[in-house]
Structure formats: C-alpha cells, structure tokens
Write a protein that binds this ligand. Structure first.
Ligand SMILES: [Zn+2]
Ligand SMILES: [Zn+2]
Length: 213
C-alpha cells in the first residue's frame, strides 16, 4: 500500500494536521489543515505531492485555520469536504470568536460528507463515518486496508472530545465512539485531533470515559 502520513502539530490548540498522500500517484489531501498552512504546503512541495483536497473532521477554527493559506497558493483550488451539519459552524468562523480568534476559513466546502461515502486519494480509500457528539457534523475517516482512522476530536488517547461547546452532546458522543470506533478492529491506529496516537484496543481497555467495559 502506498498511503503516507505526515503529522503536524499546529496552532493555539496544538491541533494535529495530517498531510496524507498516495506516494505512487502523489495525490495528496490535508485532513484538518489546522493552522500555518504554509508549513503544510512546503512539506507537500518538498515531497512533490499535489494537494487537491481538504477534508475536515469538523469545522472548529483550530482544525481549519490553515485552509486559506493552502488554498491561496493552489490552482486549481482544493476541494473542501465537510459534513453539512457543520456548515453553520464553518460560517461562524469555527467558533473562534469565543476563544478570541478571527480566522479566514478559506474556500467554501463543496463536498458534503455522508456516512458510508468513500473518499479516494490515488488508490487509497477513506471511508467516511458520521460521528456527531463533539460537533453536530463531526466525521472520522477510516482506511481499512491500512488499519488507521483519522478521528478528529471524537476520541483521544485516554480522553474524549469535549461536549460543552455549541452542538456538543455527551450521549451522542459516547454512542458515536461505541458504534463507529469500538466496532473497528482492535489493532486500528487512532490518529486524533490532539495528542499522541492510540489504538482501539488501548481505548477499549483504558479510556476513563468510555473504556473498561
Ligand atoms: Zn473540535
Ligand atoms: Zn480540536
């Protein structure tokens, strides 16, 4: 398989941005272009990768703050994918004003994510799983053949996404984790929106919020 993943930790919330590519075709996407888009762009250019897509797990400002800088440097513009239930949040600048950040949200999302949809990058297939609870339109991206899931702010190593911001709901979040994450193979790597990577097995055992059952 040819999926390559470059991880960046960027911005005021130390958000993980993932530059992903099919290294054979050099087609690339950014999952959550968190901040400092120029850094992500430079890395893609160094590797000879073409960024054609920006895929958002959700529309919080700290996950999309680098989108405008990336898009400004690309022609054609990258296509932006977001679940429709997060469009209101996107239009509101990702809720940044609440934290004192006024971001340029970049190009308008034109791909509506749907549960079960397959996003393609060269020969690599990403399955969209709808996982509300942290926000109304949160999704994760699962690459079955690589046993890896990009899970945004749904679940973290030994923690879970906060549910106290607008659109958050604890019962919904817990249900999303149990049905969409704990149903994946135990060895699946979870690449979260913040903090180090973990696995499904580790979180089933040790997560203090949803594990140990
Ligand atoms: Zn978030
Ligand atoms: Zn976040």
């Amino acid at each position: 398989m040819s999926l390559e993943i470059v991880t960046f930790i960027l911005g005021p919330a130390q958000t993980n941005a993932y530059l992903v590519a099919d290294s054979q075709t050099r087609d690339a996407a950014v999952i959550d272009p968190a901040w400092d888009g120029k850094l992500i762009l430079a890395e893609a250019q160094k590797r000879g990768w073409r960024i054609a897509h920006l895929w958002y797990t959700h529309a919080h400002f700290d996950h999309i703050g680098g989108a405008a800088e990336i898009a400004d440097a690309l022609n054609p513009l990258p296509l932006v994918a977001l679940h429709p239930d997060d469009h209101i949040l996107w239009r509101a600048g990702g809720g940044g004003a609440y934290f004192g950040f006024d971001i340029d949200p970049g190009p308008e999302p034109t791909i509506d994510l749907v549960h079960g949809q397959i996003l393609r990058l060269g020969s690599v297939q990403f399955e969209v799983r709808y996982t509300p609870g942290h926000t109304k339109g949160h999704c994760v991206f699962y690459v079955a053949l690589e046993k890896v899931c990009f899970c945004g702010d749904l679940i973290f190593q030994n923690s879970v996404g906060r549910t106290d911001l607008p659109g958050g709901d604890w019962d919904t979040l817990e249900n999303s984790i149990r049905t969409q994450i704990f149903s994946l193979p135990d060895e699946t790597r979870l690449l979260s929106g913040h903090g180090p990577e973990t696995t499904v097995a580790h979180e089933k055992m040790h997560n203090p919020f949803v594990g140990g059952k």
